[in-house]
Design a protein. Structure first.
Lengths: 132, 251
């Protein structure tokens, strides 16, 4: 069954390795796409396209990687994510681990939240909802 | 037997039933590419182009101002050809007229076709190219995009913006292996330039150092070069193919 997390992780690992041209062994659940795997902004789109194809799903714009949110003055001020922004982000990135980020919510370190594991969590919820 | 330059490459050409577009379809096909092209209304001419390629290319009708249809054509071509390595955005129109008497529709149709059409085709095609790990896009611009021209405010604006779009896409998509370039023809012997040539052939010829108008095939050869691996380190460029017309134009 595709929805088992280990299966999802396997596919996600392959997808990310291909999109970022890295070795699959480098792609670990805790790997940050930006910090550890060198992803740039266009790579996030590439990953979304590949995930849509691999899992035969539609990922609405901004649902997995909320890029537009970061240029919204309500959510980001002087380089920091506001309380409202944090609330909004948490709603969208339910699979992310917020403990480190909340201590110092710099936009520049937001990329650290985008991990392989977060994508697996997102897909696991998404696929469960689709199959329900 | 030596491999043809575009052997096993897959290509989509918009506006391929006539003029420069038809020459591009034939050239890419003759260099070994698998080609699908689009045409807006000239179905009979599209059939002739298919026949001239021995029935080995395919075509479908497309209005490039229709976003949904653009996506569908890119999907259709990708499926039919088994991938999408090359996209040539050639579809374009003119609605010439003096600026002060230019209608809103003359402006909008030209911009939406010549510029918006490329935006829509590229957005759909680049998605596929990203997943394939690369590709080559060639946009057919015009020297008027840099020089401007009397009676062509709409056309010149669309082509100038197309050059900027070309450079921006090249910068954005280069890291994913997608090259984006443009060819800027001068005066080419096609139906589209028939009216201008009829009234001003002598005047224009005087300004062309090579002393003649271009044949569509001479634009197609530059397009094929940019699409091929011979140009694999070339991106974000607008290559002028005008027999030197723009040199004198700037004098």
């Amino acid at each position: 069954m595709q929805n088992e997390k280990s299966d999802i992780l396997k596919t996600v690992t392959t997808v990310i390795a291909q999109a970022l041209k890295v070795d699959e062994a480098q792609v670990q659940p805790g790997s940050s796409l930006i910090r550890d795997l060198g992803a740039e902004s266009i790579d996030f789109l590439d990953i979304v396209f590949r995930l849509e194809k691999a899992f035969k799903i539609k990922i609405p714009k901004g649902e997995l990687f909320p890029e537009k949110l970061l240029t919204d003055a309500r959510f980001v001020q002087e380089g920091k994510v506001t309380a409202a922004g944090l609330e909004e982000l948490k709603k969208r990135l339910s699979g992310a681990d917020w403990t480190q980020f909340e201590k110092n919510p710099q936009v520049s370190s937001l990329g650290d939240l985008f991990t392989v594991g977060m994508i697996v969590e997102y897909l696991s919820g998404k696929l469960a909802a689709t199959n329900r | 037997m030596s491999m043809k330059r575009l052997e096993s490459r897959t290509a989509l050409v918009t506006g391929g039933s006539r003029g420069i577009g038809a020459a591009i379809v034939r050239r890419l096909w003759s260099e070994g590419a698998k080609v699908h092209f689009t045409y807006r209304a000239a179905e009979d001419q599209a059939r002739e182009v298919i026949a001239s390629c021995g029935g080995a290319v395919s075509a479908s009708a497309l209005d490039v101002t229709d976003a949904v249809a653009c996506e569908a054509v890119v999907d259709e071509a990708t499926e039919k050809l088994g991938g999408l390595d090359i996209v040539v955005n050639n579809a374009g129109i003119i609605r010439d007229g003096l600026f002060l008497s230019m209608e809103d529709t003359d402006w909008a149709e030209v911009i939406e076709t010549n510029l918006g059409g490329v935006f829509r085709i590229c957005r759909a095609a680049c998605r596929q190219m990203l997943m394939q790990g690369g590709g080559s896009i060639v946009n057919v611009s015009s020297i008027v995009g840099e020089l401007g021209g009397v009676g062509q405010a709409n056309y010149a604006a669309s082509k100038g913006a197309l050059n900027a779009l070309t450079r921006s896409l090249a910068a954005e998509l280069g890291p994913k292996g997608v090259r984006v370039n443009a060819v800027a023809p001068g005066m080419v012997r096609t139906d589209m330039t028939g009216a201008v040539r009829a009234v001003a052939a002598e005047k224009i010829l005087e300004r062309i150092p090579l002393g003649r108008f271009a044949e569509p095939e001479e634009i197609a050869s530059a397009v094929a070069f940019l699409a091929s691996d011979d140009a694999k380190y070339l991106t974000g460029q607008v290559v002028t193919v005008d027999g030197g017309l723009s040199l004198l134009g700037r004098r």
